[in-house]
Design a protein around this ligand. Structure first.
Ligand SMILES: Nc1nc2c(c(=O)[nH]1)N[C@H]1C(S)=C(S)[C@@H](COP(=O)(O)O)O[C@H]1N2
Ligand SMILES: [Mo]
Length: 526
């Protein structure tokens, strides 16, 4: 059993830590020169986590993974600081060294993050550690046990007073720390909203406005009257989010530039305005994450505004049919260092490979890569869709981008997939006409046919297809099932524009995308 004395000292250490952490968050809210220490440490932890584990966590938990990671990290820091305070009763030197080491982890993780200052980070780190130690020492000093008092009642009284003082001090430090953290967060978010420019889609500087492929009337693109059908265009706020960034980089388009580098005859740099000077394109493209499970929702369809990657590459001196081995790969590099790479020929083969700055008629939202990102039809995001894009490097095929270094497949073509949206697992439905519907996608190839089975794949019926907006966009389908009472296993499979039908074989997302038919079991009652 830990003595109450020890417990108090430990609590004092934890309170000091809360204050120290809170102060770093407050500073981060006040100035852009200092990032959130907690978030940058979390970022490093994610980077150091073995690839498969990190993606599994990010893929299945999304942003919850970051929240869990942060909670665990903060808990560990508080426990360690409690231990350090207890240790300080025996060796102030050792305990002090421990506190400095913790601060150093925060400082070193933060150094070099976009737009920050090393001096400011160092000063913040030193101040936070100093303040934490000071607060801890102060609390311990006022948390004397009153053991020296001889009379029992006096001892009790003194103890009670100390306890009250202790609670006030430790509690006060914790409240101060927590409110600093909250304040810092509010300030940082406010700034993010104001500096991530306006949400308005920038207008192309090019005369003649935006050119885009003609699209059929939106009423024919989906079966919106059917309950549960996804919208044809995924609203920005509902669009899935996958990235390794624990916080979306906050890029100001005024100081931003995109460089085209590597093995090109004419490397150059583009400011935001210069990017807008290229002819603007607007295209509907479905993008998907390789981590998407069969039936999962890591897929979205948006109208992307941007410029053709091919136009920008041409300016750099690159042409189709003239790609040599030294420029076989295009590597997109993000302001946070993340990389994605794909075959250069895929940017030049006529597909609508874009450097996008707009999404569904708005400026690219910060979480989706403001001010610009790559969108390459037909490729999973991990090899292609670099957000917060700052460099396009032409290099040879030997370079391995972020997820390739973590054992995912080198080439990431999006596999043909289909999903059932209008009925759910173990649902009980009533006999009669049941609308079974959803989406199917095979970007660059298009969807030619969708079939539904209600007997676990023994027999298949053709579903009705909505218009195909473009071969890069998903296609809605509907099967009006005349159902009689019983238990059913409903499945869907799609055939792409090349005539190839999705395989029934089950595969995990790693290394090159999940396969298998989306399967839903339902009971139909009379
Ligand atoms: N800078 C950066 N870009 C990135 C990633 C990332 O981690 N960092 N993740 C990629 C992955 S794995 C996917 S699936 C898509 C997701 O794009 P979205 O979050 O806009 O849906 O972004 C890609 N671009
Ligand atoms: Mo992804």
């Amino acid at each position: 059993m830990m003595s109450s004395e020890k417990r108090k000292i430990g609590l004092a250490g934890a309170a000091g830590a809360i204050l120290a952490l809170g102060v770093t968050e407050l500073v981060r809210g006040l100035t852009e020169s200092v990032p959130s220490f907690a978030l940058t440490v979390a970022q490093r932890v994610i980077e150091l986590t073995p690839g498969s584990l990190a993606t599994a966590a990010i893929g299945t938990l999304g942003s919850t993974a970051t929240a869990i990671l942060l909670t665990v990290m903060v808990t560990i820091v508080l426990a360690v600081c409690a231990g350090l305070a207890i240790l300080a009763q025996r060796s102030v030197l050792l305990a002090g060294a421990g506190a400095v080491a913790l601060g150093a982890v925060g400082v070193f993780s933060s150094l070099g993050t976009t737009g920050t200052s090393a001096v400011a980070i160092l000063v913040t780190g030193v101040a936070a550690v100093g303040l934490g130690i000071l607060m801890c020492a102060l609390i311990i000093r006022y948390a004397g046990s009153g053991e020296a008092v001889s009379s029992a009642t006096a001892e009790e009284q003194a103890g009670a007073i100390d306890r009250r003082k202790f609670m006030a001090l430790a509690g006060g430090a914790a409240v101060l720390g927590l409110s600093s953290a909250a304040g810092g967060r509010v300030l940082a978010n406010q700034r993010a909203v104001t500096t991530a420019a306006s949400t308005e889609l920038p207008s192309s500087a090019q005369e003649g406005g935006i050119s885009s492929a003609p699209e059929p009337d939106s009423g024919t693109l989906s079966f919106q009257e059917v309950e549960g059908m996804p919208e044809f265009l995924t609203p920005n706020d509902d669009f899935y989010l996958i990235d390794t960034a624990t916080f979306s980089p906050n890029v100001n388009n005024d100081d931003w530039a995109l460089s085209i580098t590597g093995n090109v005859s004419n490397p150059f740099e583009l400011s935001y305005d210069e990017l807008l000077n290229f002819p603007a394109r607007e295209e509907t493209i479905t993008i998907a994450c390789v981590s998407n499970e069969v039936g999962g929702d890591l897929v979205g369809n948006a109208r992307w505004t941007g410029v053709r990657l091919a136009d920008v590459l041409e300016e750099a001196g690159l042409r189709q049919g003239e790609i040599d081995a030294a420029a076989e790969q295009i590597v997109g590099r993000s302001v946070d260092g993340w990389t994605g790479g794909f075959r250069t020929e895929l940017a030049l083969d006529g597909r609508e490979a874009l450097i996008a700055y707009g999404m569904n008629g708005e400026a690219l939202p910060r979480d989706h890569g403001y001010p610009a990102r790559l969108v390459i039809p037909g490729l999973y995001g991990y090899v292609s869709a670099t957000k917060w894009l700052e460099e396009i490097e032409l290099t040879d095929w030997d370079f391995d981008a972020y997820w390739i270094q973590r054992n995912w497949a080198k080439e990431g073509p999006i596999l043909t997939q289909s999903r059932i949206d209008t009925i759910s697992q173990n649902e009980t439905l009533s006999a009669g006409t049941i609308d079974v519907g959803g989406i199917a996608w095979a970007p660059t190839r298009g969807i030619e046919q969708v079939e539904v089975s209600t007997d676990g794949g023994d027999s298949w019926e053709e579903a009705e297809l909505a218009e195909q907006a473009t071969e890069d966009a998903w296609r809605h389908w509907l099967y009006r099932w005349e159902a009689t009472p019983g238990d059913y296993t409903v499945q869907v499979r799609a055939t792409d524009g090349t005539g190839e039908t999705q395989t029934a074989e089950l595969a995990e997302p790693i290394p090159s995308g999940a396969t298998g038919h989306h399967t839903i079991e339902v009971t139909v009652e009379g």
